[in-house]
Every structure is written in C-alpha cells, then in structure tokens.
Design a protein around this ligand. Structure first.
Ligand code: MN
Length: 238
C-alpha cells in the first residue's frame, strides 16, 4: 500500500534526479576563487525565435537583465552563507525553509527566480500544432477532462494571479494540478514538481502586450514545448 508519505517521498526523489539533467543550475562545483556559483544559462535559441508570440526585445531584456539579476543576487546571498553554497539550486528551493533566516528571502526570491526562468526558457518552442502526446496527453485528459479543458483552466488561473507570479502545471501526489504562486515562489518548495510554468510578471509581456495579459497567456499557450514537458513527466514516472 502506498501511503501519502511514500508518494511524497517518491516525488521528492524523482525531483532530485530530474534536477541534474533538466534544470542544471550551474554545471560545476563551487570554486574557492570565483563566487559565481550559479551562472545564467544560455537561452538555447535566438531572441527572435518565438516571434510574433513573444518579441525579441522582451526575450532579450527578460533573459539578459531580469534572469541575470536573479542569478547575481542568488550568488550574493550564497556569499553571505557559505554553509549552503554547495547545495544544488534544486536543494535550495526544495528545502528553502531549512536555509538560514539571514538569506531565506533571498533564496526564495532569487533562487526561485533562477530556477523558474531556467524552466520557462526550456518550456517554450515555436512549432506548428503544438500539443502533448503519449502518456502526458493521457494524464492531462484524465486529470482535466481534455486538453482543451486544461488550456482553459490554465488560462483562467493565469488571469487570476494578482500582482506578480506564476501559473504552473504541477505533478503532486500522483496527480497533475494547476497551481499559481506569488512572486518567484516555486511548487518545488511545497513538494510538487513543476512540469511547466507561465511567467505572468508584467516584465514578461508589457512591452508587446501592455495590459493585455489574456493575449500574452494565450500566445504562450501556443508555443509550449510539450516534448520538454513530456520528458519531465517521464522522469517523474521512472
Ligand atoms: Mn520573469
């Protein structure tokens, strides 16, 4: 019999395994000479690759300025607390309540910002007829009724975020759920595994969409990289 505790443990373990291959935080051990423990990962495609859904100028600012700032501030926080500098990004976020109080907010905000944006870039791709397939498609149908129903619920949730935050597809306790978090909070911190997230901070869309968050969310939903999401989902099951 699988208890709730076992289910949580299994998600936590899978999350740990996933951390290494999917959202590699830095790719190298902390060095004594450089305090740059965490590095800004490459976007992985050109700034204009997601046009016209997301414009090149927004991508450039979002990655090179916003994401870079989260990484820099995370490194600054870890300089203040060398005792936790060797922890992986995933460990920091998952066990954010166990980090020293002096840097807890920094880890939550800037570590979360680094993790969330790394996931976000990987979750996007422009491709005709983008939709989940295979086991992931089946799981979405099972948990939400249909892919269309899932898309509607995800959109509605993203519209409900007050202020800055994220809307996520999360694997939690053997189910797929839609959740939203404020600021740079991450479902990892509450025992879930985010499969994909939509950034609904104004910096993610204001240049092109101004106040039209609904249009931006709809645009993102057309460029989700379902192969990437499926790879996260597959590792969870394995
Ligand atoms: Mn952002």
């Amino acid at each position: 019999m699988i208890t709730r505790r076992d289910a949580l443990k299994s998600i936590a373990l899978s999350t740990g395994a996933l951390a290494v291959s999917v959202v590699s935080s830095n790719g190298q051990a902390p060095s004594a000479t450089t305090k740059e423990v965490h590095k800004l990962p490459a976007l992985g495609y050109d700034y204009d690759a997601l046009e016209p859904f997301i414009d090149a100028e927004t991508m450039k600012l979002h990655h090179d300025k916003h994401h870079a700032a989260y990484v820099a501030k995370l490194n600054q926080a870890l300089e203040k607390e060398p005792s936790i500098a060797a922890r992986s990004l995933e460990e920091l976020i998952r066990d954010v309540n166990s980090v020293p109080d002096s840097v807890k907010n920094d880890i939550r905000n800037h570590g979360g910002g680094h993790y969330n944006h790394t996931l976000f870039w990987q979750s996007l791709r422009k491709k005709e007829g983008n939709a989940p397939t295979g086991d992931l498609a089946k799981a979405i149908d099972k948990n939400f009724g249909s892919f269309t129903a899932f898309e509607e619920q995800m959109h509605a949730a993203a519209m409900k975020v007050f202020g800055s935050g994220w809307t996520w597809l999360v694997a939690r306790e053997k189910k797929l759920v839609i959740e939203s978090t404020p600021n740079q909070d991450c479902p990892l911190s509450t025992g879930g595994l985010p499969l994909l997230g939509i950034d609904v901070w104004e910096h993610a869309y204001y240049l092109k969409y101004q106040n039209r968050r609904a249009d931006y969310v709809k645009a993102v939903q057309q460029i989700l990289n379902w192969d990437f999401v499926a790879s996260r989902f597959a590792q969870l099951k394995a």
